[in-house]
Design a protein around this ligand. Structure first.
Ligand SMILES: Nc1ncnc2c1ncn2[C@@H]1O[C@H](COP(=O)(O)OP(=O)(O)OP(=O)(O)O)[C@@H](O)[C@H]1O
Ligand SMILES: [Mg+2]
Length: 212
């Protein structure tokens, strides 16, 4: 598996296993000598991490959520992600724009056309090369979260909210099947990990000229 300058995002509802697997992938790539930037959204820069704190803990409406998260994304893209990709670093990002469509769009019911406009405006054509969608029933994710930590503002939402978010991810996956790979995350860690590595192999075949 050779990945250089690739942009890979990790998606799914809270408790699906994103953070667990992003760390494992970073380890695998680093062991192969691939330079890796491991980052997350909202966040990834000093400004965006401040916006993340507001986003996770202050009550706000869906439009404010969407604008905050895209403001954070613009800073993150300009100051960290794009320079890393240009330098040949593989960027692993824990959540990205699919999460905005799933949470603020499908979850909160915010206008998808407005989100698509913000996406174009902020990303200027930059899209992940590969997105791993960790799909798990909300009840399973809730059990994992309860075992792991105290809930934040999103995590206190009801199961019905996470069902809508899950269907939002399914819609994004259906609309971009070449980019988004659904990983069945309702399985033993080792089984999920094998599926993740297999998905990564899919893009390692698409090496750029000059890639080792
Ligand atoms: N396949 C699995 N089987 C059992 N437990 C798992 C599995 N994957 C992850 N977990 C556990 O579930 C908990 C949540 O996983 P993790 O933090 O990776 O989820 P996440 O998708 O990053 O959640 P969040 O969006 O809230 O950050 C952790 O305690 C993790 O060890
Ligand atoms: Mg996480």
């Amino acid at each position: 598996m050779t990945l250089r300058g690739r942009f890979i995002t990790f998606e799914g509802i809270d408790g699906a296993g994103k953070s667990t697997h992003i760390e494992a992938v970073a380890e695998v790539l680093r062991a192969q000598g691939t330079p890796v930037l491991l980052t997350r959204e909202p966040g990834g820069t000093p400004l965006a991490e401040k916006l993340r704190e507001l986003f996770l803990h202050e009550p706000m409406d869906a439009l404010t959520e969407a604008l905050l998260v895209f403001a954070a994304r613009l800073d993150h893209l300009h100051t960290r992600i794009a320079p890393a990709l240009a330098a040949g670093t593989t960027v692993l990002c824990d959540r990205f724009t699919d999460a905005t469509f799933a949470y603020q769009g499908a979850g909160r019911g915010f206008d998808l056309a407005v989100l698509a406009t913000l996406e174009q405006w902020v990303q200027q054509g930059i899209q992940p090369d590969l997105t791993l969608w960790f799909d798990v029933p909300p009840a399973v994710a809730a059990q994992r979260r309860t075992a792991a930590r105290e809930p934040d503002r999103m995590e206190r939402e009801a199961e019905a909210f996470f069902e809508r978010v899950r269907s939002g991810y399914a819609a994004r996956c259906a609309a971009a099947p070449g980019r988004i790979v659904r990983i069945d995350a309702d399985a033993e860690l080792s089984v999920v990990r094998a599926a993740v590595l297999e998905a990564l192999d899919r893009i390692s075949g698409r090496a750029e000229p000059g890639d080792a």
